[in-house]
Design a protein around this ligand. Structure first.
Ligand code: ADP
Ligand code: ADP
Length: 232
């Protein structure tokens, strides 16, 4: 459902050019929990940010459900982004808003009918098992709870795709496990395609069905998780 074809990203700066993603090809299926692993600087973040066009590729194609999203008009891109949620390592919550305020914000921005927002917020917070923290502020939450808020926000507009940029990297192992379990449950319940990037092999081993390993902008290994990480 997500096909990356001959994808390239060249950053151009004062120091010259840097080829961050090189001729990359990947097929991500609709029911995949897809893990992309690599060392810092491998190009993972650049890659995942191209999937929702937070970063423009230098060349290549990104085909989602048969449509090349690089050809989308501004309006179609806006719709596509609503259907593509994203979560981050540092949560990116609004500190001045409560938990429910943070989730409501995503709905307000997307133009939801004001009267329908409270019910939808409650539904989303229940989905991430955080209903009892609706009136708390981010500063009053643990890292795992903050990430749950961010997940609720990412799911606000019923996305089909969820992108995770090192979403468990700031969490301890136990919390990491509980967030990965939540994501797996949500994937089954909502029929999401999840693409996760991480530098931690354990994250991919415990959550993903399929994986690619990146090194200096290239995919050097790809397949089912048990094949990619098989002991030699
Ligand atoms: P990863 O997520 O695997 O750590 P990134 O995609 O963040 O890798 O970065 C890949 C390479 O591209 C790095 O060498 C980084 O310095 C470079 N890079 C990332 N963003 C920019 C940018 N905006 N301008 C120039 N170089 C960049
Ligand atoms: P699409 O654009 O693909 O039709 P939407 O994101 O508009 O999908 O709708 C997905 C779900 O979210 C629908 O079930 C709808 O009830 C709800 N929804 C979306 N936008 C609004 C809105 N502005 N007000 C109320 N509900 C909305």
């Amino acid at each position: 459902m997500i096909q990356l074809r001959n994808l390239n990203k060249v950053y151009k700066g004062a120091q010259g050019e840097f080829h961050a993603v090189k001729d990359l090809n990947l097929d991500i299926r609709e029911d995949d929990f897809y893990g992309i692993m690599g060392l810092s600087g491998a190009g993972k973040s650049t890659l995942i940010r191209m999937i929702n066009r937070l970063e423009e590729p230098t060349s290549g194609e990104i085909v989602v459900n048969g449509e090349n999203i690089l050809e989308y008009s501004e309006g179609k891109l806006r719709e596509f982004r609503k259907k593509t949620g994203m979560i981050f390592q540092h949560f990116n919550l609004l500190q001045s808003r409560t938990v429910e305020g943070n989730v409501a914000f995503a709905l307000e921005v997307a133009g939801w009918d004001k009267k329908k927002i409270p019910e939808r917020v409650e539904e989303l917070l229940n989905l991430v098992e955080l209903g009892d923290k609706a009136r708390s502020y981010p500063a009053q939450l643990s890292g795992g709870q903050k990430q749950r808020v961010a997940i609720a926000r990412a799911l606000a507009n019923n996305p089909k795709i969820l992108l995770s940029d090192e979403a468990t990297s700031a969490l301890d192992p136990k919390t990491t496990k509980s967030i990965l379990e939540l994501l797996k449950n949500l994937q089954e319940k909502l029929g999401l395609t999840i693409v996760l990037i991480t530098h931690q092999m354990e994250v991919i081993r415990s959550a993903c069905n399929r994986a690619a390993i990146m090194d200096r902008g290239e995919v050097v290994e790809v397949g089912k998780v048990e094949e990619v990480f098989a002991n030699p």
